[in-house]
Ligand binder design. Sequence first.
Ligand code: C2O
Ligand code: CU
Ligand code: CU
Length: 490
Amino acid sequence: MSLSRRGLLAGALGAAGALGLAGCGLRVDPGMTGQPVSSLLPLPKRFTVPLPVPQVLRPVRRDSTTDYYEIEQRAARVELLPGVRTEVLGYQGTFPGPTLVTRSGRRAVVRHRNALSGSTVVHLHGGHTPAASDGYPTDEVRPGGSRAYEYPMRQRAAMLWYHDHTMGATSSQIYRGLFGLHIVTDDEDDALPLPRGDRDVPLVITDRAFAEDGAFRYPSLPGHHGHGVAGSHVEGVLGDVILVNGAPWPVLEVEAARYRLRVLNACGARRLELALDPPGQLTQIGSDGGLLAAPVRHDQVLMAPAERFDLVVDFSAYPVGSRVTLRNRRGSGGTDAVMRFVVARKARDHSRVPARLSAIEPLDTTAARVRHWRFTRGAVDGQPGWVVNGEPFLADRMHATVPLGEVEIWRFHSDLHHPVHVHLDPFQVTGRGGHEPGPYDAGWKDTVDLRPAEHVDVAIRFTDYAGRYLVHCHNLEHEDAMMMAAFRTR
Ligand code: C2O
Ligand code: CU
Ligand code: CU
């Protein structure tokens, strides 16, 4: 979309909003940085492909303390768009990779074998992981090599995800498929009367663009040959096809009952504003770091890249036969919708959403020191890029030494939209722009959506594991353009 058309659309929508029509129209997202990339082949009709659910990976071995997994990173040609083959780089050759389901308190060891032609790094996003297995961007596994990542899993139930974190190649390698879910379960979550089984569905949302021959269309990197798209991609890449669990705008047949939808925004740069159409309630029960203290009811949910929202939707609120579209109110054209649910039949439902879900200890910040992290544009080797506290990422440059066990306040400052993520431990948002936290900030978070020219305060405490870790922007193109900073825990 050209700038002028964008401006026009914004004007028209502003008028619609004034007339009270905003609920059924689209809204552009002016502060979101990103370059739209269009597909060059005919796109499938929306809401025709059934929603796939990624396979759960079985351990190859178990002993009294540990489950052992093996994953091969390999190229594969898979059918994402009906009748079209796309080469992906996938964990086990799939897009997304297989889902790991592990148990809180039980160790998991995942051996990754790199059968690709370039180096890789694996990071478990949301994992409470010793530094040696956290996937520092320079801890590369070479082609033909392998590495066993060890996860103590001393953390509560939550939906984590694992993905590539290779220095300078994270965005393009995740784009091509190197990401998957990792769900941690525990007794507390199991004991709640929430929807289970077929009514507990992960939704991994990505946006992609495709070339004429079905290949992913991604702006080529300097010195790389590929399906080049002119222009700079350091703003972020926005695709025109929404894939859920790897399928374009899929459809899921549901019963008239409650469903638990565990949503991950795995887009590189796209913020999503999810809402049901016809309107319906999205009851949030969990965030990045697991269950909330109490449910939060939303009419729409705004998700920055890498955020997770654990939502319950009661489809019995709709008559049987209803077609319920999950809209993206920040999208335009094809990206204004994510998927569709078809309410197929009446059913029994013994699930409910209890008024109390979990106990969350608020971190005590009375004696906390305040650390500032500024996320802005900046020069990287004389080229336009992104920096933290004025400096591009350097693997050996430590921005802070943080004592284990102490609560600190981290104040994130932004120039534009930056989804800020911290490795090792989750945090609690305590303020936004000098005010109360926003409607999407509840619970334990590991990624927070910074809006333009705003500061967000979070209370954070690293409980254990001394070593070097990252705080960075999760707009993947910003991240690769060096918007990362390292700190050391001690
Ligand atoms: Cu999901 Cu360091 O990232
Ligand atoms: Cu992470
Ligand atoms: Cu950013």
